[in-house]
Design a protein around this ligand. Structure first.
Ligand code: SAM
Length: 260
């Protein structure tokens, strides 16, 4: 699982959405201190850059060096490669010890993790009391009544190629274990539904589809899900390669504090 995002890192950095500013301001308003944040599974810094607007320092980590090589530089964000061989103590010491982190975010990534291990690291690192842990994911995108059924058909062709962990995303994080005390932005079993509006050309949309791990897993198995015929069909339903549409991604958030 950890290597699923190495090959498509270029498409990833060009195509994935960033997140609305209000999400970060709401999270920042919930933490009494704003010294240090940890963006886990940062990819190219999609969430780290938003968090950096509210925190003095952000440590943004990822298991994939290719993702980090394409990360967007920011004076308050330090990107650190965290291979799977790091121990809990190694990770805790990256931050200077326990009780040192005011906000931990995992954007579109927590479902890839061994949850008990990640949650134990987060619980050790979060400032107690006061530190907040927020995870979110996005799934389907609403484009238009002509495009959406075709997109549904395409999505169905990807189903056999998703890693089982992606099930949490299909469920909108409803079944994701999240044993933290709610802070009013979703709770275990009851995630907060949100929207991510984005302006997207078909070319941008196609790059996003190319960055899907299932599309790349299928390719590795000799199946080109985004073959010429499929791309042409999607492109014509979109309205042309350069036509820019306003689209909305459906997202789900869970945020909480360590239970004391
Ligand atoms: C879908 S991307 C999300 C990237 C970014 N946070 C975003 O919002 O677009 C998932 C990221 O999780 C990383 N990842 C997966 N398993 C990981 C692990 N065990 N430790 C650290 N990063 C991991 C992948 O390398 C990838 O960059």
């Amino acid at each position: 699982m950890a290597g699923l995002f190495d090959k498509q890192a270029d498409d990833y950095s060009n195509a994935r959405p960033t997140y609305p500013k209000e999400w970060y301001s709401k999270l920042a308003a919930l933490t009494p201190h704003h010294h240090l944040a940890w963006d886990v599974a940062t990819g190219n810094g999609q969430a780290a850059l938003g968090v950096a607007e509210y925190f003095d320092r952000v440590i943004a980590t990822d298991v994939s060096e290719s993702q980090l090589q394409r990360a967007v530089a920011h004076p308050r964000v330090q990107y650190i490669h965290t291979p799977l061989t790091l121990t809990d103590d190694d990770v805790v010491s990256l931050f200077g010890g326990e009780n040192s982190v005011d906000l931990v975010t995992v954007a579109q990534g927590v479902h890839w993790f061994d949850l008990p291990s990640l949650y134990s690291r987060v619980s050790r690192l979060l400032r107690k009391p006061g530190g907040v842990f927020a995870v979110w994911c996005y799934r389907g995108v609403e484009v238009s009544p002509t495009f959406d059924p075709l997109m549904m058909k395409f999505s169905e062709t990807t189903l056999p190629y998703w890693d089982p962990h992606a099930k949490y995303v299909f469920d909108g994080y409803k079944t994701l274990p999240f044993p933290f005390e709610s802070v009013g932005l979703g709770s275990e079993g009851d995630p907060l539904a949100l929207e991510i509006p984005k302006q997207l050309s078909f070319e941008g949309f196609l790059r996003m589809l190319r960055s899907w791990s299932a599309v790349n897993t299928a390719k590795d198995q000799g199946v080109d899900l985004l073959n010429e015929k499929m791309v042409k069909e999607l492109e014509s339903a979109w309205g042309g390669p350069e036509f820019v549409r306003s689209v909305v991604f459906t997202a789900f958030m869970l945020a909480g504090k360590v239970k004391l």
